[in-house]
Write a protein that binds this ligand. Structure first.
Ligand SMILES: CC(=O)SCCNC(=O)CCNC(=O)[C@H](O)C(C)(C)COP(=O)(O)OP(=O)(O)OC[C@H]1O[C@@H](n2cnc3c(N)ncnc32)[C@H](O)[C@@H]1OP(=O)(O)O
Ligand SMILES: CC(C)C(=O)C(=O)O
Length: 555
């Protein structure tokens, strides 16, 4: 890299719009969407889609709710031409969906394009030519007049072709390609000349699509360009202003949103931001950004993972695990403080009597997109007690008391640190069972017991059979309750001296399958803290097991 990049790269020359109004406007309704996955997306693939993939993608776009779909560049190849024919001839385009196709401004290509749509009830023909200084100079070797002439001649041919196929309701779209890097006055001049030919009316508007073919400046600059254009173009009521942002600077979504604030009616883009170089603007993110502002995007992503799968299959490009709303990790918190806040957020949400979504760190309810809550918290060495407790509750229904959470999280963190990997719910359960002596051969294991008491007396008596090591032994003790009598039995018959500091219990599950979980926090004779956990179909037995678990832990 250069130490002084200004010797090679020039800052973007921005025609300022000091009285801009877009910053204080909000988006209160969705723009018209045009998916160009089957054209701009497809032309960016290593292996362009075959007919089967294109059809599958098209059907998915229809299912999501796209009403305008750019289906290809029919003059580019026989495959492209045939696909458009198959849609038209096969009657595969629903009545409320309009297909769009792209062509360069060249007679042979325009004629072939119209031919591909013969018999379609309605279609958008989209013609483009680049207009910015570098393209004029480098690609076309033409001056402004020459470039304008390409556009005017092209749309004149479009009109002529439309007359040749009167059975179709034709909609014209013109893109001054490279709009965002062109001089604003020239972009306007070319578009006015195009409108002079096409003569749009409010009933029969023309789509003027203003692309950021290469994103070369910040999104605020694009918004200024769009607002200026919307103010200056004549026949505004007869023109649909469309935007087509690319993502070279990584701000395609911002550019589209600000452009809509600035007056754009329509947005062209691709699902998950596929497209040339760094992609077209991502329509999934745009749609769901609106949704999380309470605005219906008119696009249905309620099974987002099936959309991901289809797009990955058709594009043969993976969707990034951190892709907004759709990546496999975007609803997952690994870090302790995030997990703690999410867990508290779910508890607060459950306690509130409204539907308003307000869970820290989760901008959208995963279930709205067909995703569950299982993956919301995953555990590694960055995790804390809240996250670990969440996994225990989700996976096993165990609601660990706070002191036990703290004790257990230290153990889990130790494992995570040692293994340097994510711990699954099964790992955590196995660590829990080991730590609180719920599995394997234990020093004290309950075989059975009886609890007795005398009427009128508070005294209880515990008489139990336990295996101590491999040896079966009878133990008994008295106290003013079951737990104290178990503690007395352990002290007298087994030499284990424990005091209960805290006891908690809860049901796991409901109905006939319900079980009980009991937790004890104990202090040993030499002042150590030990925890015990017991699980049983009977709550009293669970509590006895919890005390024996603590006795095992006391060592
Ligand atoms: C920003 C975008 O995404 S625009 C869409 C881009 N998509 C595609 O190009 C995919 C489909 N394209 C194709 O299959 C081919 O390029 C075709 C069939 C359209 C044309 O192929 P070819 O005739 O071989 O021309 P080629 O691809 O080299 O195009 C370059 C020529 O077209 C001219 N040209 C480029 N764009 C346009 C345009 N919009 N209108 C008129 N002429 C144009 C160039 O100046 C160049 O002319 P030259 O040969 O006289 O120098
Ligand atoms: C044809 C135009 C709209 C285009 O794809 C672009 O400029 O990126």
């Amino acid at each position: 890299m250069l130490r002084d990049p200004s010797t090679k790269y020039r800052p973007f020359a921005h025609a300022d719009l000091p009285d801009r109004t877009w910053p204080s406007r909000a988006i209160t309704q969705a723009p018209r969407w045009l998916s160009t996955d089957l054209r701009d997306g497809n032309q960016a693939l290593i292996d362009p889609m075959d007919a089967e993939k294109k059809q599958r993608f098209f059907d998915m776009l229809v299912k999501i709710g796209f009403k305008e779909i750019e289906v290809g560049f029919p003059s580019a190849s026989q495959t492209e031409f045939d696909f458009v024919r198959s849609l038209v001839e096969g009657g595969k385009v629903p009545d409320d969906v309009t297909v769009q196709v792209l062509t360069q401004a060249r007679r042979d290509l325009i004629e072939r394009t119209f031919e591909s749509l013969r018999g379609a009830p309605r279609a958008i023909v989209h013609m483009y030519n680049a207009i910015s200084p570098a393209w004029r100079r480098i690609v076309f070797g033409m001056d402004r007049a020459g470039i304008k002439d390409i556009a005017v001649k092209g749309v004149t041919i479009m009109r002529e072709q439309a007359e040749k196929y009167p059975e179709t309701d034709w909609i014209f779209e013109y893109s001054p390609e490279t709009f965002s890097t062109a001089e604003p006055d020239f972009a306007l001049e070319v578009c006015e000349a195009v409108l002079d030919v096409l003569q749009p009316t409010p009933d029969k508007p023309v789509i003027l699509n203003l692309p950021a073919t290469v994103e070369a400046a910040g999104p605020h600059i694009y918004a200024d360009q769009i607002e200026r254009f919307c103010r200056q173009i004549s026949r505004r009521d007869s023109v649909i202003i469309s935007v087509h942002p690319h993502n070279d600077r990584g701000t395609g979504v911002a550019a589209a949103e600000l452009a809509v604030q600035a007056g754009a009616d329509r947005v062209e883009g691709c699902l998950f931001g596929n497209g040339e170089r760094t992609g077209n603007v991502d329509l999934v993110t745009l749609g769901l950004n609106l949704y999380t502002q309470g605005v219906d995007p008119g696009l249905d992503f309620s099974d987002i993972q099936s959309v991901v799968q289809t797009v990955q299959y058709c594009n043969q490009i993976p969707v990034h695990p951190r892709h907004p709303y759709a990546g496999e990790l975007v609803f997952t918190a690994f870090s302790g403080s995030h997990q703690d806040a999410i867990k508290k957020g779910f508890a607060a949400q459950a306690g509130r009597n409204d539907q308003v979504w307000d869970v820290p760190y989760l901008p959208i309810d995963p279930t709205d997109l067909g995703c569950g809550y299982e993956a919301v918290i995953r555990v590694n060495s960055q995790s804390g007690k809240g996250g670990i407790a969440w996994v225990m509750e989700q996976d096993k229904g165990l609601k660990l008391p706070r002191p036990l959470q703290i004790d257990f999280s230290r153990v889990v963190q130790g494992y995570a640190d040692e293994t340097s990997r994510e711990l699954t719910a099964a790992d955590i359960w196995s660590i829990f069972q080991d730590t609180y002596c719920l599995t394997g051969l234990q020093r004290f294991e309950l075989i059975d017991y009886q609890e007795t008491g005398t009427a009128g007396s508070k005294e209880r008596m515990f008489a139990g059979r336990v295996s101590v090591g491999r040896e079966e032994r009878s133990i008994s003790g008295r106290g003013n309750g079951l737990l104290s009598s178990v503690l007395a039995a352990l002290k007298v018959d087994c030499g284990v001296d424990l005091d209960i500091v805290d006891y908690q219990e809860h049901a796991i599950g409901h109905g006939g399958d319900a079980r009980a979980a009991a937790y004890v926090e104990c202090r040993t004779g030499d002042g150590r803290k030990v925890f015990g956990v017991g699980i049983d179909t009977d709550v009293a037995t669970a509590s006895v097991r919890a005390v024996l678990s603590a006795a095992n832990g006391a060592g």
